[in-house]
Write a protein that binds this ligand. Structure first.
Ligand code: EPU
Length: 422
């Protein structure tokens, strides 16, 4: 297992490029099942989760070819009976659930293991199952697997909201299934996240008829078949946001190339409130902070609200800000595993139900800490960059699931960070 060793105290300065979005690429890869012509994807990040999705799709008969420079070609066979997504893959990556809708819509049968538990809290898939049932799929849970079958799915009108609002991969699953259904499907309370928008654009290029992209009401006119297409995956807003937070938190000056302003506006607003300057020009966003950041209150919400996937990184920055901040988590009420680890570095954070009260402290001190999930790992790295002395972040395999060469990119901004074997 690898660890990251960080010697803190340096301001990050310079330019870094955002990779392609993991959470856009994963469902888009699953969309390859819907057609038998090739799907050519550009800008696919080189990440553990992407390789896992590649393995899952290969098990389902899809030919997955990774070419140089982030291009991936996926080709699904015209007939395949390989409809089983096994537990051994599904337990390591929840996005595997995105094969369910396409398998059912295109092959009429799916056996997909229920995904495993998750360090960020409960992650049910009831909305995925309800939506597919509403489209006419027969769905049972048998021996830990979702067993689905159907003739042709039928379009219908549905409300897809859950107790925490819309579901990103739930919307992706139903959207993909509806493209091949007979008739019109309306998804109300659809997720508006840029990753869902990117998937919808790919489906359009493949021949799907979709209206309302980016809004909470998607209208899909089913078609008989979809074809192949070529598509460049959008930049990763969470990776870009992580660099901007790291830049501001270290009182640095970081420019992220390939970052999309409109995808990151809630973060930009928060950083401005904290006293950082954030500006954009020609597909780059620059964050500068000249002095200690100020405390603010942050509440995570579905897009365009503040993303839960940047909550931990923001909390790390607030741990050293001037004043008291309240961070409220409205997507995953238990997503606070990083609180105890940040406390090991001197952060003063009290958790109350789905909120954390952060008393900013002037100084964090390096310590051995343990990554518990992807975004918590990024938060610990940011804390390590701000802290005095050395921080050792263990279990960085979590980080490798979602950040492409993070330590190299941070080094290019002047960070002292290296990977070691444990
Ligand atoms: N929910 C339900 N029922 C469902 C599905 C979701 O109640 O059937 C609840 C969840 O428990 C949660 C809320 O709805 O409280 C939103 O969950 P959502 O379904 O939107 O999450 P997801 O699709 O499983 C994606 C990202 C996550 C990101 C969330 C929220 C991918 C592959 N994953 O997960 O990314 O946190 O949306 O934006 O797109 C990450 O990259 O680190 C990560 C965890």
């Amino acid at each position: 297992m690898d660890a990251l060793v960080i010697t803190g105290g340096r301001r990050l300065t310079g330019k870094v490029r955002a990779s392609g979005s993991k959470n856009a690429a994963l469902p888009i890869m699953a969309a390859s099942i819907l057609a038998d012509e090739p799907l050519v994807l550009k800008g696919v990040p080189n990440l553990a989760d992407i390789r896992t999705m590649g393995r899952l799709l290969s098990q389902l008969g899809v030919k997955v070819e990774r070419k140089k420079g982030g291009t991936m070609v996926l080709k699904s066979p015209s007939r395949s009976r390989r409809n089983r997504a096994p537990y051994k893959i599904m337990k390591t990556m929840r996005a595997g659930i995105c094969v369910l809708g396409p398998l059912l819509a295109r092959r009429g049968k799916a056996e997909v293991s229920l995904p495993g538990g998750c360090a960020i809290g409960d992650r049910p898939v009831d909305l995925h199952l309800k939506g597919l049932r509403w489209l006419g799929g027969r769905i049972e849970i048998e021996h830990g697997y979702i067993a689905g079958s159907c003739q042709r799915l039928r379009g219908t009108e549905m409300y897809l909201g859950g107790p925490f609002g819309s579901s990103v991969t739930g919307t992706a699953n139903i959207l993909m299934a509806a493209t091949l259904a007979k008739g019109t499907t309306v998804i109300d309370c659809a997720a508006c996240e840029p990753e869902v928008q990117d998937l919808a654009r790919v489906l359009q290029k493949m021949g799907a008829c979709i209206d309302g992209i980016g809004s909470p009401r998607l209208v899909i006119e089913g078609v008989d078949r979809l074809g192949g297409c070529e598509h460049r995956v959008i930049p990763d807003r969470i990776e870009a946001g992580t660099f901007l937070v790291a830049g501001a938190a270290t009182r640095g000056d970081v420019t992220v190339e390939g970052a999309r302003w409109n995808d990151l506006f809630a973060l930009v607003h928060a950083l401005n409130e904290m006293g950082a300057e954030v500006e954009h020009e020609d597909g780059t966003i620059r964050a500068t902070a000249r002095r200690r950041l100020r405390s603010i209150d942050v509440t995570t919400l579905p897009f365009p609200g503040f993303p839960t996937d940047l909550q931990a990184q923001m909390m790390a920055a607030l741990a050293r800000a001037d004043g008291i901040s309240v961070v409220t988590e409205k997507i995953y009420p238990d997503r606070f595993m990083h609180v105890a680890e940040l406390a090991r570095m001197g952060a003063e954070i009290r958790k109350h139900s789905n909120a954390a009260v952060v008393h900013g402290t002037e100084r964090l001190s390096g310590a051995p800490v343990m990554a518990s999930d992807l975004r918590a790992s990024a938060a610990l790295v940011i804390a390590g960059l701000m802290a005095s002395g050395q921080t050792r972040v263990s279990r960085v395999y979590h980080l490798d699931r979602g950040y492409d060469r993070l330590e190299q990119k941070l080094r290019s901004l002047g960070a002292r960070i290296r990977r070691v074997k444990e």
